[in-house]
Design a binder for this molecule. Structure first.
Ligand SMILES: [Zn+2]
Length: 67
């Protein structure tokens, strides 16, 4: 999830909505923005995904215990 904003001169900035870090600024094309966003390795998102996996694993374990 990224938040893109446009500057007065028509270039773009993009910010990660997980860690609120500005990934890139003054970018001219959509393609370049997408590439930069794809390259962002987000510690916050990795952590969130890890917690989700753990939660899923735990609920699966719980289900089998009940059954
Ligand atoms: Zn991030």
């Amino acid at each position: 999830m990224y938040s893109r904003t446009q500057n007065e001169n028509g270039t773009y900035n993009t910010r990660c909505l997980f860690c609120f870090m500005t990934i890139a600024s003054s970018i001219e094309t959509d393609k370049e923005l997408a590439g930069l966003e794809a390259r962002h390795i987000c510690p916050e998102r990795a952590l969130a995904e890890l917690l989700e996996l753990e939660k899923a694993a735990r609920s699966r374990t719980h289900e089998t215990t009940v059954a």
